[in-house]
Design a protein. Structure first.
Length: 192
């Protein structure tokens, strides 16, 4: 009895495409589950990466007194912030929601001692893999009757403001005389 051998050069291209798609899906799911994620609300204060990475050089000596936010006020408003005795809180700023992130620059005027913050909102990336999830339920009245839609959406890919996502769901009929239905879809959305 001989063992059959696979002749790779005679396999159809669809099999190669399927194997490549399967490998991509496995890698994507592994990245989604175990890859590094940005902080989510409720995780408290997180250290941030500097916007500019350069060696520190000696700077000018600031002669006027620096106007600082008292540590006590910061600790009252943000009790979870790690405040040490050696740190001075120079300024605090609330950054508006930025879907693509933001860079905050804090400038000290060495003449007046005033501290100002400037915010630059990042531009949308040209290409990015995404892993946002949406789970929803609702109540729908339409020409086919009354139904309860349940769905799960997963963002997959982004090109500028166009998002590619997958959706699976069901519409459960409220009346026993109507039919329930299920669906799966691949969608493209322009978010603005």
């Amino acid at each position: 009895m001989s063992v059959p051998t696979i002749q790779w050069n005679k396999l159809p291209w669809k099999l190669y495409a399927g194997i490549a798609a399967l490998i991509f899906i496995i890698v994507y799911l592994a990245w989604s589950l175990w890859g590094a994620r940005p902080p989510t609300p409720g995780q408290g204060f997180q250290p941030t990466k500097p916007a500019v990475s350069a060696e520190k050089v000696p700077g000018p000596v600031i002669k006027p007194p620096i106007k600082v936010v008292p540590k006590k006020k910061v600790a009252e408003k943000y009790p979870e912030a790690a405040i040490t005795e050696s740190e001075e809180w120079v300024d605090t700023a609330e950054v508006p929601h930025a879907p693509n992130g933001a860079v905050v620059l804090t400038k000290i005027d060495t003449v007046t001692g005033e501290v100002t913050s400037q915010v630059e909102i990042n531009k949308a990336p040209w290409f990015a893999f995404e892993r946002n999830n949406t789970l929803g339920v609702g109540y729908e009245i339409g020409t086919q009757g009354t139904k309860i839609p349940i769905y799960y959406r997963r963002d997959i890919l982004r090109i500028k403001d166009i998002h590619l996502l997958a959706e699976v769901g069901a519409k459960i009929a409220v009346s026993p005389t109507e039919k329930s239905e299920a669906h799966g879809a691949v969608l493209a959305e322009w978010r603005f």
